[in-house]
Design a protein around this ligand. Structure first.
Ligand code: 9Z3
Length: 326
């Protein structure tokens, strides 16, 4: 019965969601990355990040989108790398990116100047940075270059829901060989609804036809085959977002019950930057920043990553029960 459900999700994926042409190349890259780092003694985390775009026309003019900025995923990638992980960063095109995320609101051209020599500016080869406009730029640049040199971050982009689904499946299969050393940190805000290719108009929907009524199908729950079939030994974390706090923990527990993975990070839209609950089958741990910590620039992702990396260690090396000899 369970097997039939899994294969029907797989079938649906192949039939109703266009397969990106580069998926096999990306899968090979991810598998090589995972194997190389595992052999070097590192664990590997696959982070999904950002929202998804659901097209309304196949020659897409309009689409449905959501709020996610990708900040959770980008910040978490940095803390995982700091904790010794290698990171596959499966992110929405143009959502926030590790390290550069800190400078996104700054106009680069305002932060750069030609160097002034002999009272004259203008040697085009000498450009200097105004470090007041780019706070921490030296520290962040150093970190970024170390990460690049160590090959610790593998960025993979998606745009549409179809790309996200196929690339996540490919990632899960690519990480299968490293077993429990793999963590899945599914922070992307993925649409629950879509229009199947067979029902999508090819051309731009005409407003002259009057008001538009949309009927959307349910997106298959791919957490199910991911946990049971594609990467059954991995440590899997999903995220649950609600706007109504009173139903949040119940929904998180239900997800754990349904998919049988290791933890759900539960958060409410408005308070997500300062407060989450990490829900496992045995525990509910609230992580919350104080006002003072927020002022100091502490980020909740540091706490989330610290909690989950410890749990991952226990997952990989379960403490064996030593009974006293009689
Ligand atoms: C989350 O709950 C993430 O924490 C956020 C992060 C998307 C809220 P930002 O990108 O926000 O930093 O702006 N992600 C999962 C949200 C989600 O759609 N989950 C689904 C659900 O709740 C299923 S996994 O049903």
């Amino acid at each position: 019965m369970a097997e039939r459900r899994i294969s029907s999700i797989d079938g649906k994926l192949a039939e109703e969601f266009a397969i990106p042409s580069h998926v096999e190349d990306v899968k090979e890259k991810m598998a090589d990355f995972a194997m190389r780092h595992t052999e070097a003694g590192r664990r590997v985390v696959l982070i999904t990040s950002g929202g998804t775009k659901v097209p309304l026309e196949s020659r897409t003019v309009r689409f449905l989108d959501n709020f996610s900025s990708g900040r959770r995923g980008a910040a978490s990638a940095e803390y995982f790398i700091e904790s010794g992980y290698a990171v596959i960063f499966l992110h929405r095109h143009r959502s926030l990116y590790p390290y550069t995320r800190m400078f996104l609101t700054i106009n680069m051209l305002d932060a750069l100047q030609f160097k002034v020599t002999d009272g004259t500016a203008g040697n085009p080869s000498d450009v200097v940075v105004d470090q007041q406009m780019l706070p921490n730029i030296v520290k962040v640049l150093k970190q970024y270059q170390e990460v690049k040199e160590g090959g610790l971050l593998l960025p993979i982009e998606f745009n549409t829901l179809s790309e996200y689904l196929h690339l996540l499946k490919a990632a899960a299969q690519a990480l299968h060989p490293i077993g429990s050393k793999a963590m899945f940190y599914l922070a992307a805000a993925v649409s629950d609804f879509y229009i199947p290719a067979s029902e999508m108009p090819e051309h731009k929907i005409q407003s002259s036809n009057g008001p538009l009524q949309l009927s959307l199908n349910m997106v298959p729950k791919i957490l199910s085959p991911l946990v049971k079939d594609w990467a059954p030994q991995a440590f899997v974390i999903s995220f649950k977002l609600e706007t109504d706090e009173s139903i949040l923990l119940d929904r998180a527990c239900r997800a754990l019950d349904t998919y049988r993975h290791q933890a759900v990070v539960a958060n409410v839209l408005d308070s997500r930057r300062g407060q989450v609950v990490v829900v496992t089958p045995e525990t509910q741990v609230e992580l919350r920043l104080t006002e003072e910590e927020v002022q100091k620039g502490v980020e909740i992702e540091e706490r989330i990553v610290s909690n989950l990396t410890s749990a991952h260690t226990k997952f990989i090396n379960p403490v064996s029960l030593h009974l006293p000899e009689t």
